[in-house]
Design a protein around this ligand. Structure first.
Ligand code: ATP
Ligand code: MG
Length: 85
């Protein structure tokens, strides 16, 4: 869900409600203008409650995620395209 609208229109209340109704695990991220220069800051926010399961992610994807989130060494884009091919 990507609610948008005027301040106070009820976006957070709607997300809260949807999260409660969804069951399972609901993750969310908030766009913050001051973080616009930070790579993957929203991804980190979304993934943070899920990181406890990172060891269950296949090694290449886990390494890429760790690199993107600043939790491990960064992999080059080139190695990704080589692997995709
Ligand atoms: N459906 C609703 N009925 C009654 N009150 C509501 C409803 N939705 C939101 N409100 C109330 O309106 C106020 C603003 O709601 P909320 O914080 O969800 O807005 P928002 O869009 O997230 O605002 P912001 O842009 O400032 O983050 C809160 O006090 C909330 O309790
Ligand atoms: Mg809000």
């Amino acid at each position: 869900m990507f609610p948008w609208g005027e301040p106070g229109v009820g976006k957070s209340a709607l997300l809260e409600y949807a999260g409660e109704r969804a069951g399972g695990i609901a993750v969310r991220a908030l766009g913050v203008e001051s973080e616009v220069e930070l790579e993957f800051s929203a991804l980190l926010e979304v993934c943070r409650p899920l990181l406890r399961w990172l060891d269950e992610v296949p090694a290449p994807q886990a390494a890429a995620l760790r690199g993107a989130l600043g939790l491990g060494p960064r992999r080059s884009t080139r190695s990704w395209s080589a692997r995709r091919g």
